[in-house]
Ligand binder design. Structure first.
Ligand code: AGP
Length: 613
């Protein structure tokens, strides 16, 4: 997704802009640019490719290094191919205004025609350039940049997060949002704007998230928020920026993904901290703002999400039914929002999103609210749009997840849903004793993960045997079925090796036709209800000469009859066994991708947060 950064203060702007762009590289992009403002006007430099290409463009044609105000952008193309002319910032024809934009302008074709009819000339194929024209058109009558920006945005339909600078006010930045995140902050006589709080880590102690319909005027060390439409002053709460120093750096690991895989014990400890009540065998999730009577009156639960979060949601749906006895289903967010789903008023919709900005999941939240459902969110990014629009929910506290492939967020989502299912169960038929057993199982998660992490070298050796494969299957039953889906996604999204997750029993209904000695099968077969049947499925795979990698419980010698490639996980209850299993899958995928020389943290075609449909 696109990234926005902006700075106005007393120090040089360019280093802050470039550092912020680098912090957002993980989001996935195909071009980058900066614009700085000084008495001499606006200077803009853009480049296709990574920020390093922008560095080269700046070295070849420097901007005013003393400029103390500027904006920057990383672009993930939606309208117009990756090209310098389509990169942001976009300038008005006379160079007085520069704009960076995240989002999609739905009525940009009509806007372009109108601007052209008034003599405007476009230099790009983007929707975003229309904003530079519109703001410039309003500037002379409006009397200020923020008023001109707000008037221009009255004509815009669609989504935007923008930052605007102007030669008329060389120390001002105007920002606005509708549907695409914008966060602002101040420190040491400077003001900052970004589309992702991680870009401001270490720059400011707290940030303020704009709401849809907000605009803000940033001056060095201060900002004022107003309504775009009404102009009235608006106050938004400040949120502590709790990224530990270096949290957005790699910490000595080769990739952010590996760092985040190894951070999972601590991430789980942070997610669970203060929320498990051992004595009462339940969980305390005050962010839900639900009392026991409201929970007890729920007749159904719909969990909705995308991608990895969807697989965590499937795991959670099983837990809701197992512990709370509430009918629960998982729905892909894009399906939920368009199929006019049946949502009873006493249904809870649990939206799951690491970024809290996924467009399809956000739309599902809005659809559920329109249908009167009780909407809850489980997000990782504090203050994110889904969290704020749901209004009730819990945060993962997993820390910033920089790698595009989600790892620690998945584990924490499983733990968070488990705590929610425990809480819901204890308002119903789940006994205190059974609740205590679940509390113990959740408390044991960090050590289960550590046990698998200690096998990193062994898993790397197994990965080496299969790094050349072209296809692979992941199979599991029960809670291991979402784990199989997640393992397949991890492998394909970072190694580009085609992989499918399948219910172990489903293989014989077609996919088994694909098996031969070139198609490895990763079989998830920890001790539990599905163990013996999955052993049978492993036999079916071996009968077709498919090599098998088994992820099995320590001491389970049965699998050794079928394969020597066994990753061991500690014994644990069925409900938590997917967590150590998925860690083994994460490491397997990571090492296959590393051996194949793929970029891992920024896989081709992918973005960390898919804020467009
Ligand atoms: C997972 O590794 C992928 N990056 C992707 O499937 C991701 O889980 C999905 O886009 C949902 O993102 P969210 O959790 O931020 O909503």
């Amino acid at each position: 997704m696109c990234g926005i950064i902006g700075f106005t203060g007393r120090a040089a702007a360019l280093p802050v802009l470039l550092s912020g762009l680098r912090r957002m590289e993980y989001r996935g992009y195909d071009s980058a640019g900066v614009a700085v403002v000084s008495a001499g006007g606006i200077q803009c430099r853009r480049a296709v490719g990574k920020v390093s290409a922008l560095d080269a463009a700046l070295a070849a044609d420097p901007v005013d290094a003393s400029a103390t105000c500027g904006i920057g952008h990383t672009r993930w193309a939606t309208h117009g191919a990756p090209a310098v002319r389509n990169a942001h910032p976009h300038l008005s024809p006379d160079g007085r205004v520069a704009v960076v934009h995240n989002g999609i302008i739905d009525n940009y074709a009509a806007l372009r025609e109108g601007i052209k009819s008034r003599g405007g000339v476009f230099r790009s194929e983007t929707d975003s350039e229309a904003l530079a024209h519109l703001i410039r058109e309003k500037l002379d009558d409006a009397g200020s940049l923020i008023e001109a920006t707000c008037r221009a945005l009255q004509n815009v339909e669609g989504t935007y997060g923008i930052a605007v600078v102007c030669t008329d006010a060389p120390d001002e930045i105007v920002v606005a949002r509708k549907g695409s995140p914008v966060v602002i902050g101040t420190a040491d006589g400077a003001s900052f704007v970004a589309s992702d709080a991680a870009a401001l880590a270490g720059r400011t102690q707290s940030v303020t998230f704009l709401d849809d319909g907000d605009a803000a005027l940033l001056k060095p060390g201060s900002f004022e928020i107003r309504s775009i439409s009404a102009g009235a002053a608006v106050v938004r709460p400040a949120t502590p920026l709790d990224f530990a120093p270096g949290a957005v750096e790699k910490g000595g690991f080769e990739h952010f993904m590996l760092k985040e895989i190894f951070e999972q014990p601590e991430a789980l400890e942070n997610c669970l901290r203060g929320r498990l009540l051992s004595e009462d065998g339940t969980a305390k999730l005050s962010g839900l703002h639900l009392d026991a009577r409201e929970i007890a009156s729920l007749s159904g639960i719909v969990v909705t999400a995308c991608g990895t979060s969807y697989y965590a949601g499937l795991h959670g749906a099983y837990a809701f039914e197992q512990f709370a006895g509430i009918p629960a289903r998982i729905e892909q967010a894009a399906e939920f929002r368009y199929r006019n789903p049946i949502v009873a008023p006493d249904t809870a919709l649990v939206s799951l999103s690491q970024s809290g900005e996924t467009a399809d999941t956000l739309a599902a939240v809005r659809e559920a609210k329109r249908k009167g459902a009780l909407v809850l969110s489980i997000c990782n990014v504090v203050g994110s749009t889904i969290a704020r629009e749901a209004g009730r929910g819990i945060y993962l506290h997993a820390g910033p997840e920089i790698g595009v492939a989600s790892t620690k967020a998945f584990l924490c989502q499983v733990a968070a849903l488990g705590m929610m299912a425990l809480l819901f169960g204890r308002t119903r038929r789940l006994s205190c004793e059974d609740g205590r057993a679940i509390v113990s199982a959740l408390e044991a998660l960090p050590d289960l993960v550590r046990a698998v992490l200690s096998q990193n070298d062994k898993i790397a050796a197994i990965a080496e045997k299969y790094a050349g494969a072209r296809d692979a299957f992941f199979i599991g039953r029960g809670y291991q079925y979402p784990a199989a889906l997640e393992g397949a996604l991890k492998l394909k999204e970072i190694s580009y090796l085609h992989a499918e997750g399948y219910h172990a029993a489903e293989l014989k209904h077609g996919p088994i036709a694909l098996l031969d000695e070139n198609v490895p099968v990763v079989a998830l077969v920890p001790q539990g209800p599905g163990h013996d049947k999955t052993l049978g499925n492993i036999q079916e795979c071996r009968a077709r000469n498919a090599p098998v990698v088994a992820i099995a419980t320590e001491g389970d010698s049965a699998v050794e009859a079928f394969t020597a490639d066994v990753v061991r996980v500690p014994p644990c209850p069925e409900f938590t066994a997917a967590v150590p299993v998925v860690v083994a899958e994460q490491l397997f995928a990571y090492h296959v991708a590393r051996l194949r020389g793929e970029p891992i943290d920024q896989p081709r075609n992918l973005a960390k947060s898919v804020t467009v449909e």
